[in-house]
Every structure is written in structure tokens, then in C-alpha cells.
Design a protein around this ligand. Structure first.
Ligand code: 6AU
Length: 252
């Protein structure tokens, strides 16, 4: 017998972490489970995208180290203002993958000072339980499984990664292409309505597939939105497709 998935309301009732609560509340308020991945390389493109898609997303995911003209005052301060204006969270997809002390330095220092502005971050769990201790003031999304062809995140790796993720109080969820335990929020990238791959190893599924088959909570869409001629309309399309797929996935 197939188990039905939990709703956002049910997950909210059990949520422990303030960031999990904020994400679930925002999803319910906006009727959106969409995270736009802003993989653009200038401050101007980043802010323009945030302004257009902001009302339709629960979070904007950044790779802040690809912004060629990064400047804390000119990049982060206006980005934070847009997050406040349009009520979305900031997810820095840093994928930390080192020992705790180094991750702590990467998180707090350098030019990006991620700790000062990100609501939540992605991290590998390959460094073990204690490597995640430094992310005290944010939520951590653990990389459990990757979407790219030939990824080394095998079933046995994922099982061990989930043990770390489930036991660490800083972890709010996981990135995966497989179902994960309900206690964790599931963030699924590799979502695109038009393509099945990018010729560079990325593999895509549809929103319908990931909500029904993986019981995903949130979809992460990059090129499907920011490469579109009209990113705002594309964001609305992914938002509606994602929400309908979620609602359908509740009825088994
Ligand atoms: O929709 P795309 O393919 O343009 O972008 C997908 C985004 C990129 C990747 O760095 C990221 O999602 N990603 C991740 C994340 C979110 O951690 C993990 C993964 O397995 N696959 C993946 O594409 O910004």
C-alpha cells in the first residue's frame, strides 16, 4: 500500500526550525512551492530577476560567487530589500563540503559574508555531523542526492547522508531526486517543462513527476525561468504547475 504524502499544513504543525516554519507559511500564503534559481552573473541581472519573480516564489536561490561585480552594499542590501518587499527567503546554494572550521570561515568571512544575509544554505554532509555545527543561525539543506548523470550519490551514500541530516538540529531538509523521510523538507532541482537535459549532465523532470513520485515539497527552477524571454510569466507558469502538482499529489 502506497503511503500518502503530508500536506504543508501537517508539516507546519510538526516543524521545529524557524526557517522550516517560514518556508511552509510562505508556501501556504502565496500558494507557491517554487524556488527560482538565479544563476546569473551580474548584480543588475540578479536584482532584475528578483524584482520580476519575487512575488511568485517562496525563495530565491543564489550562487553568490558567480556574481562578477559583487559588492556587499550594491548586491546584498538591495537583494535583502526585495526579499522583504516580495516576502521571499534567500537560499545560498554554497554546497559547503569541508571540515567544520573551514566551513565556518567560508560561511562568515571573505567578501560574501553569507551568515549576514542568507536565510538558509545548502551543504554537503560529507564532512560529517560536526561539520554542520557552524550553521547555527540559518537552516541547512543537506545535499543527499544530485541530479546530474553519473553522480556518486548512490543509495548507500544517500542512506548515510540522511542519518546525518535527520540527526542534526540545523538541518531543515534535503536536496534529492529520491523520496526522503517526511521529517525533512524535500527540495528538488532538475525541474524543467521544456527540456530533458542540458547536454552538460543535468537531468530534468516535470513538476508532476517530482510531487507525485518523490513527494517533493519545493521545486528549484533555474534556466526554465531566468533564460526565458519573459521570466515573470515563466515563474507564474512554474508556480501554478507546481502548486497543482502538489495538490494532486495529496490525493492518492
Ligand atoms: O534548472 P537549472 O538546471 O538551470 O538549475 C538547477 C540549479 C542549479 C544547480 O546548482 C542546482 O539547481 N542543483 C542542486 C542544488 C540546488 O543544490 C543540486 C542538484 O543535484 N542539482 C542541481 O541542479 O543552480
Amino acid at each position: 500500500e502506497e503511503k500518502t504524502r503530508s500536506s504543508y499544513e501537517q508539516k507546519l504543525a510538526h516543524a521545529q526550525h524557524s526557517v522550516s516554519k517560514k518556508l511552509l507559511e510562505t508556501a501556504l500564503a502565496k500558494k507557491s512551492n517554487l524556488i527560482a534559481s538565479a544563476d546569473v552573473t551580474t548584480t543588475q541581472e540578479l536584482l532584475a530577476l528578483a524584482e520580476k519573480v519575487g512575488p511568485h516564489v517562496i525563495a530565491l536561490k543564489t550562487h553568490i560567487d558567480i556574481i562578477s561585480d559583487f559588492d556587499y552594499e550594491k548586491t546584498i542590501l538591495p537583494l535583502k530589500a526585495l526579499a522583504e518587499k516580495h516576502q521571499f527567503l534567500l537560499m545560498e546554494d554554497r554546497k559547503f563540503a569541508d571540515i567544520g572550521n573551514t566551513q565556518e570561515l567560508q560561511f562568515t568571512s571573505g567578501v560574501f559574508k553569507i551568515t549576514d544575509w542568507a536565510d538558509f544554505v545548502t551543504s554537503q554532509v560529507i564532512g560529517g555531523f560536526e561539520s554542520l555545527d557552524c550553521f547555527k543561525n540559518v537552516g541547512v539543506v543537506a545535499i543527499v542526492g544530485m541530479s546530474s548523470k553519473g553522480a556518486l550519490t548512490t543509495a548507500s551514500y544517500r542512506e548515510e547522508a540522511l542519518k546525518v541530516a535527520l540527526s542534526h538540529p540545523n538541518v531543515i531538509g534535503g536536496v534529492s531526486q529520491n523520496q526522503i523521510p517526511e521529517e525533512l523538507l524535500l527540495f528538488t532541482p532538475g525541474v524543467n517543462l521544456a527540456d530533458s537535459g542540458d547536454g552538460k549532465g543535468q537531468q530534468y523532470n516535470t513538476p508532476d513527476h517530482v510531487f507525485k513520485m518523490l513527494h517533493s515539497d519545493f521545486i528549484i527552477v533555474g534556466r526554465g525561468i531566468y533564460k526565458s524571454d519573459d521570466p515573470e510569466t515563466a515563474a507564474i507558469t512554474y508556480k501554478n504547475e507546481g502548486w497543482n502538482a502538489y495538490v494532486n499529489s495529496l490525493q492518492k
